[in-house]
Design a protein around this ligand. Structure first.
Ligand SMILES: Cc1cc2nc3c(=O)[nH]c(=O)nc-3n(C[C@H](O)[C@H](O)[C@H](O)COP(=O)(O)O)c2cc1C
Length: 206
């Protein structure tokens, strides 16, 4: 797939419905994307990142069950107290992924070493920002190879359970997300509608 940098940045969307769960993803393709992700910045260049790539079907099923618990909570709260951003289209797309999450061929769990529970905000900011740019780079690299991804956090309230399934040392390592990865079923991906810059940009003062 040949995309300009601007096209890549504007069309790397959250893909839930158009994940092709019937097509395997080659290990080499995931490794290529991870090599690109490693080029991202991290605090003090410490590279405290780890990526758990889950392809084992029974582990994906167990993670999927945890993920759906988080999705159910989210959907229940959206039904009780809907927010303007939670359109029926978004909720339907979440419901769709919940029905298929266990079938998505790869679950990527980006992790960062060193828990920050209870630390000052600046410590937390530094630690999380040491895994997020690399993860987003992975998602951009995946998009440029015809793969779809979605940043998701539904399993994180149950992080300890996911750690037990995957052997992640919970006391030393934080999970940042669960990224479902699959080839897309095709079709165009378009830039999203966003609020005008004037609603969020502050030049020289808030
Ligand atoms: C920090 C973060 C957490 C998110 N968690 C979830 C999630 O748990 N489940 C999900 O379906 N989408 C999740 N999303 C995806 C957002 O809902 C998504 O970015 C939003 O729908 C915009 O979609 P777009 O990227 O196609 O514009 C998350 C995104 C971010 C950045």
């Amino acid at each position: 797939m040949s995309l300009t940098p601007d096209e890549l940045l504007t069309t790397t969307r959250t893909v839930r419905r158009r994940l092709d769960v019937t097509r395997p993803v080659e290990r080499e393709v995931i490794e290529d994307c991870l090599r690109l992700a490693q080029q991202a910045p991290s605090g003090s260049n410490a590279q405290k990142w780890n990526f758990v790539v889950v392809t084992d079907a029974s582990k994906r099923a167990r993670l999927g069950e945890i993920w759906c618990r988080g999705a159910d909570r989210y959907l229940a709260s959206a039904e009780m107290n809907p927010q303007p951003s939670q359109t029926e289209r978004l909720l339907d797309s979440v419901r769709h992924l919940a029905a298929h999450i266990h079938e998505v061929p790869v679950h990527l769990i980006p992790c960062v070493t060193g828990r920050t529970d209870g630390e000052a905000a600046f410590v937390q900011a530094g630690r999380w920002a040491s895994i997020m740019p690399a993860t987003w780079s992975f998602m951009l690299a995946a998009r440029s190879r015809g793969l779809g991804t979605a940043w998701t956090s539904f399993h994180l309230p149950f992080e300890r359970e996911a750690a037990a399934i995957l052997g992640i040392p919970f006391d030393d390592v934080m999970q940042a997300a669960l990224i479902p990865v699959a080839y897309t079923t095709g079709g165009p991906f378009k830039p999203a509608r966003r609020r005008g810059l004037g609603t969020m940009v502050h030049w020289d003062a808030w």
